[in-house]
Design a protein around this ligand. Structure first.
Ligand code: WQD
Length: 341
């Protein structure tokens, strides 16, 4: 069985990807120091798959400790690298913490991949690398604008580090640019566990709906969009997860045409904040207590994906509708309501 090292395996997207990998015949080990994630999520993945999943609680900024993982797993077919800090707002307050953590961990993982001849590498990138695009939908060739935050800059720099590394070595890499991952696995055994008050829209909606938050704000209603609120491309986390499995299959089969190869992971549909709120209320039969508030600095007015390349090359076909994203997010919030996670 092909063994994959998943960094950040206890995180929201990491744990959903581990489930999809195992269900598609891969063997998986995780490395996650749980500084920003909850080890309980891996138990949910074990319950879904019926498989024990090993996690190394190692800080990837510690090269020697990271290297020991590769010594113990010298048969790795590939690496999927999720581990990174990902809060846009926090990155603006603490840029050096973001550059140090996100880039040191990436360099260490790549150094080990080279030393131990791991042939395939999939990187968790983000639509943030496009900044505020002049033209939408964005394709993989859309020119990148300056990043809107240090977090976005670490994704842009991460892509450059990987591109330069694989050009001179034997690693084959794929960069996956996620749009807005939302929702939870249909089993409600895994989902998103925001740390503190959620910055992202959908957890803010579900926590307000369940009463964890007294209210939430629509951050800006005077944008040049159909209803004044920002447009994003929301994509179910299980669809994102499956794209990682398809990306590995593609690399293992030697189908990649360039190195690295880049794919947008979005549905190709853009929805406004108010449309998402309405979809949530309609799909779940709940009324959301929200207010209209001021713009959030750094927000892009509108962005959504042209996903034709991932569909054509990877055979990726996102399955979940916006309503299903909203019902799965709500079912997860209801499930964890009284748990001390
Ligand atoms: C979406 C829209 C907000 C909260 C970020 C990262 C991106 C990726 C996904 C990691 C915006 C509005 C939000 C609220 C609101 N993360 N909003 N009220 O900013 O598009 O993307 O998360 O990879 O890299 O940049 O996602 O969910 O924060 O915001 O109105 O309480 O919802 O203004 O228009 P964003 P988001």
């Amino acid at each position: 069985m092909q063994k994959i090292l998943v960094t950040g395996g206890c995180g929201y997207i990491g744990v959903h990807t581990i489930v999809d990998l195992i269900q598609n015949g891969y063997d998986v080990v995780s490395v996650d120091n749980n500084s920003r994630s909850n080890a309980n999520l891996l138990k949910g993945a074990e319950e879904i798959t019926g498989r024990a999943i090993k996690n190394y609680a190692v800080d990837l900024c510690d090269f020697e400790e990271t290297r020991k993982i590769f010594q113990e797993n010298s048969d790795l077919t590939g690496i999927i690298h999720f581990a990174a800090y990902k809060s846009v707002g926090e990155s603006v307050q603490k840029p050096l913490m973001y550059f140090e953590n996100n880039l040191t961990s990436l360099v260490n993982i790549l150094k080990c991949a080279e030393e131990f001849n791991v042939p395939h590498f999939v990187f968790s990138s983000s639509c943030t690398v496009y900044g505020s695009p002049d033209k939408i939908p964005v394709t993989e060739e859309t020119p990148q604008q300056p990043a809107e935050s240090p977090y976005g800059a670490t994704k842009q720099m991460g892509e450059v580090i990987i591109s330069d590394t694989v050009k001179s070595g034997n690693i084959k890499a794929i960069l996956l640019r996620y749009f807005n991952p939302v929702g939870a696995h249909p089993s409600t055994l895994i989902g998103e566990i925001p740390l503190g008050r959620p910055a992202n829209l959908v957890p803010a909606i579900t926590q307000t709906a369940i009463g964890k938050l007294p209210t939430m704000q629509v951050l800006g209603t005077d944008y040049p969009t159909k209803d004044g609120s920002c447009v994003r491309d929301y994509i179910h986390v299980s669809d994102i997860a499956h794209a990682h499995t398809l990306a590995l299959d593609y690399l293992v089969a030697g189908q990649n045409k360039v190195n690295p190869e880049i794919f947008n992971l979005g549905t190709g549909d853009g929805y406004t904040v108010l449309e998402v709120i309405n979809a949530f209320e309609k799909a779940n039969g709940v009324k959301l207590n929200y207010e209209l508030g001021p713009r959030r600095p750094g927000d892009v007015v509108a962005i959504y994906a042209n996903n034709n390349k991932a569909k054509a090359e990877l055979g990726w076909d996102p399955q979940y509708t916006l309503e299903e994203m909203m019902t799965s997010a709500w079912q997860w919030e209801l499930k964890i309501k009284d748990q001390q996670l």
